[in-house]
Design a protein around this ligand. Sequence first.
Ligand SMILES: [Zn+2]
Length: 307
Amino acid sequence: MATPLTGVAWRVAAALSLLGAACGPGGGRPDTSDGDGRPSASTTTTTAAPATGTRGTSGPSAPGTTGKRAQAPTTARGSDATSAPNPTIRRTAVRAPGQFAGVLLAPGAAHTLVLDVRVQPGASADGDTIGRTAELMRAQSGKPVAIHGPTSLSDSAQTHDADAIRRLADTQGEADGADVAVLHLFYLSGRFADDGVLGVAVRADTLAVFPDEIASATSPFVSAARIERAVVTHELGHVLGLVDLYLETNRDDAEHPGHSTNRGSVMYYAVESDLVAQLFGGPPPVDFDSSDLADLRAIRAGAAPQG
Ligand SMILES: [Zn+2]
């Protein structure tokens, strides 16, 4: 229900960060706003200053193509998205992960972006990560980005598959507007249907992270906050077309399509895996590498997707 996010415990990053080292160079710390989930025009924070440049998103999951969202039973939508959805935005938003990259990054249909954050009871979201994610969107697109939420999600499931997550976007997510493209970021309790998944991109406009799984993937050297930042950025990267989900640069990992071969990139496949701490032996990367950034610039400049 639309329970205000009273309970959305902003995860105190301090919790596991006995070793402050965990927080790498990764991005700045944008303003975050925790909105209480309220109807419409919920918490809206617009990021302004241009800043860091990186973001990431996650795995190329099953493209779900289905209807668009319906009004949320409890939580209403944001104000920006009040007008009738732009057909191009609407059509593209429900395609496979990565296909929304042109709408999000290049000038055109979407003049404003919304990061619609929904948190299932029992899950928690890190405010710094949300703020940083919005800032990355803003920096890479040059468009204003508003954070709506976090708003409470009405869902009691403890195992989520891609279809169910897409359904949440359709039924409880905020709708796109005439020139507003909405990106849904869900914090879900429990786990994904497949084992070992810390985060997923299930549709061009929808990503989800699993804080319980992230908590299980920590180590004495890697905090949950650090992993969350890496995973959300990784999933965002997928939504923004990385790697080779929008353009065809032939640089993605043959064994892990949609991912970078560079262990130093947040788009490396292991970032969204529960083995992240072991595979990196320390904090995972939280930034895009120069090749990732070049792709994002190309998309923003209007590079067209491959046939
Ligand atoms: Zn991935």
